[in-house]
Design a protein around this ligand. Structure first.
Ligand code: GRF
Length: 195
């Protein structure tokens, strides 16, 4: 199995992207990141791609041709699976259609809790703490027409401590869960494709 061609979309630091690149380099997964696209020029995820000679593209998020440009790049790189890794734009219908069942997203909560419109980044963890939850975690799911509503692939938990700050909880979820389950989800998809 030669693995899958992964197109990764990022909007920020790209630490999840880095874990996928690292896993690919040590053959923990067969798949390869073949392009990285961001709607944010300053996204460090683009730098991480360049550090590994992976084609990295900034597409102005407000450009009227944004969706078409992103789709064009995914086609140009013959992407099999689109990975949303800390990506903060809504996926257009056309991309959902073209890549149905082949777009995955990582969200830093135990979906369906604390998902959907307005739940992203630190806001997720603030809401978890405000709700008095005793546990949180992250979810990798397929992307459908909704926001954070597609079929779950993997979900894993961490404890929430009463004195947690949102930043402490975010770090625990990122380090202990996100950085592991995204790679595990790709490995599961590889196995499915190999059947
Ligand atoms: C992560 O918590 C991710 O789930 C959220 O953005 C945070 C940073 O991700 N969407 P990354 O370091 O850019 O991968």
């Amino acid at each position: 199995m030669s693995g899958l061609r992964l197109g990764v979309l990022v909007s920020g630091s790209g630490s999840n992207l880095q874990k996928v690149i690292d896993a690919s380099l040590i053959k923990e997964i067969e798949s390869k990141v073949v392009c990285v696209i961001s709607n944010k020029k300053e996204a460090y995820g683009l730098e991480r791609a360049r550090n590994h000679s992976i084609p990295a593209y900034y597409v102005e998020g407000k450009s009227p041709n944004y969706d078409r440009e992103v789709l064009g790049l995914l086609e140009q790189h013959q992407v099999d699976v689109v990975v949303l890794a800390g990506y903060l734009k809504i996926i257009p219908e056309e991309m959902i259609e073209k890549y149905r069942g082949c777009i995955i997203n990582i969200h830093p909560s135990l979906l369906p809790k604390f998902g959907g419109k307005g739940y992203y980044g630190i806001r997720v963890h603030e809401a978890v703490l405000a709700a008095g939850e005793k546990e949180s975690g992250a979810t990798v799911h397929y992307v459908d027409e909704g926001i954070d509503t597609g079929k779950t692939i993997i979900q894993r938990k961490v404890p929430v401590y009463s004195n947690d700050t949102p930043e402490e909880l975010a770090e625990r979820v990122l380090q202990n869960v996100e950085h592991k389950i995204l790679v595990e989800a790709i490995a599961l998809i590889e196995k499915e494709e190999a059947k």
